[in-house]
Unconditional design. Structure first.
Length: 160
């Protein structure tokens, strides 16, 4: 996974910036949090909402609690690089975040994040159906960690 090229963010971020990452899905949205100081993403929760109003309300509660400086949204793609069918919905979700909360959004290629999340959960002994309540938040952490790693690399592209 790599950050998609766009506007540079690190110069505009404070030294300690809180970030919320999302693994967008039509029924569930995985959420993770992290910050630019320690550069570690942590699974947070899963938003169970299908309407945009309910999604924004749930994100609003997270924004009030965490006061993020930037959002990171996964952009799904097929293994061959073609955009996934849900990619446009993830982009629209990110656009709504920017419009509603007046914060920048970085987009990150999330190809194979769910598979990686499943493997990480299995390594910790969470297997089969026991993974379901954790998988989306774990995938969001992988997406966010990818972005955090990209901004720590000299000369890396950063997305907004």
């Amino acid at each position: 996974m790599s950050a998609a090229p766009a506007l540079s963010l690190p110069g505009s971020l404070p030294a300690h910036a809180t970030v919320i990452g999302f693994d967008f899905g039509e029924r569930r949205i995985g959420v993770a949090t992290g910050n630019t100081t320690i550069g570690v993403a942590t699974p947070l929760t899963i938003i169970h909402a299908t309407s945009n109003a309910d999604r924004l309300k749930a994100v609003g509660e997270l924004v009030a609690q965490w006061q993020p400086h930037v959002f990171v949204v996964g952009q799904p793609a097929h293994a061959d690089g073609r955009p996934h069918e849900i990619a446009h919905l993830a982009k629209r979700f990110g656009n709504r975040l920017t419009e509603h909360f007046k914060r920048p959004v970085a987009y990150v290629d999330e190809t194979l994040s769910s598979s990686e999340a499943s493997a990480q959960l299995a390594e910790r002994g969470v297997v089969g159906r026991a993974q379901k309540p954790h998988l989306d938040a774990e995938a969001a952490a992988i997406i966010l960690q990818s972005w955090l790693d990209s901004i720590r690399q000299p000369g890396a592209a950063h997305a907004a």
